[in-house]
Design a protein around this ligand. Structure first.
Ligand SMILES: [Ca+2]
Length: 124
């Protein structure tokens, strides 16, 4: 069984990654748990549609599973949660311009712990 807390990072991190990378990480946690991926550092080549260098997260084990987002440049969410107990992370780079890449941690969360409640009251 995998540990419940671990890191993934781009090749050579914190050094510069290389061109023509296509990395896949399949994160699996115990059934009945979800995955929360938290990005710690993120510095990729930027382009408007994230077609050059990018990290894309899939809500499942396959590249055809729904995307949880594609990120590049230095714009990324605080964390991303999977629906079930698998998440596929893909890191691709094109043929030019390299940066320091990314580091992310993930943890498993019991189903009902993902539920968030939020209340906001504005008084004048
Ligand atoms: Ca590039």
């Amino acid at each position: 069984m995998k540990s419940k807390h671990d890191f993934i990072q781009s090749p050579y991190y914190p050094g510069y990654y290389t061109n023509y990378i296509d990395c896949l990480w399949l994160i699996t946690v115990e059934k009945g748990f979800h995955i929360r991926l938290t990005i710690v550092e993120f510095n990729l080549q930027y382009d408007l549609k994230c077609l050059k260098d990018y990290v894309e997260l899939r809500d499942g084990a396959k590249l055809t599973d729904p995307s949880l987002g594609r990120f590049c440049g230095s714009i990324y969410p605080a964390f991303v949660d999977s629906t079930d107990n698998e998440m596929l992370v893909r890191f691709r780079t094109d043929n030019s311009v390299v940066k320091t890449g990314f580091k992310a941690s993930y943890t498993s969360i019991k189903g009902n712990q993902l539920t968030k409640t939020f209340t906001c009251v504005v008084s004048f």
